[in-house]
Ligand binder design. Structure first.
Ligand code: CMP
Length: 140
């Protein structure tokens, strides 16, 4: 298969804990290619737009408060099966259920403060990449 691209976010909990470098080391160790990267802080409104698919969930307000609480580090990762491989590298959404050595097991502390985000499929990846990097080409 040709390579594909996914959006990865290092969330405010992992940024404030100085874990950007540790997480990038894992990403590079797994042979992802980092195509774009930016440190930024989301407004509450921009966090709500990003997570709009979860707007009816009970955790939406807390989630978007948290995601706008401090800087995040946003990346486009490229590689074969990048979407699924980044999800495996992160581990389960809830760090308590994430396997040993996964990013969320190592650096997440709760289901909300779970260190990283990754796109969950090709359509989501296209939306999420364009949300942060408008005009960025998905195909090589
Ligand atoms: P993420 O991969 O960024 O996608 C949506 C986020 O919502 C998820 O990681 C979690 O941080 C958060 N989330 C999912 N389920 C719950 C929950 N039950 N309670 C609180 N936060 C949740």
């Amino acid at each position: 298969m040709a390579s594909e691209r996914t959006l990865a976010i290092i969330k405010p909990d992992a940024v404030v804990a100085n874990n950007i470098g540790n997480i990038l080391a894992i990403i590079e160790g797994k042979k992802f290619s980092i195509k774009k990267a930016e440190m930024l802080r989301l407004s509450k409104q921009k966090a709500e737009g990003f997570y709009a698919i979860h707007s009816d969930k009970p955790f939406f307000s807390n989630l978007t408060d948290f995601m706008s609480s401090g800087p995040i580090f946003v990346m486009v990762l490229d590689g074969k099966h990048a979407i699924q491989r980044w999800r495996e590298t992160m581990g389960a959404t809830n760090p308590a259920e994430a396997g040993p050595g996964t990013v969320r097991n190592l650096y997440g502390t709760s289901i909300e403060r779970n260190a990283t985000h990754g796109s969950d499929g090709p359509q989501t990846a296209a939306f999420e990449i364009s949300y942060f990097f408008p005009g960025y080409k998905m195909a090589k």
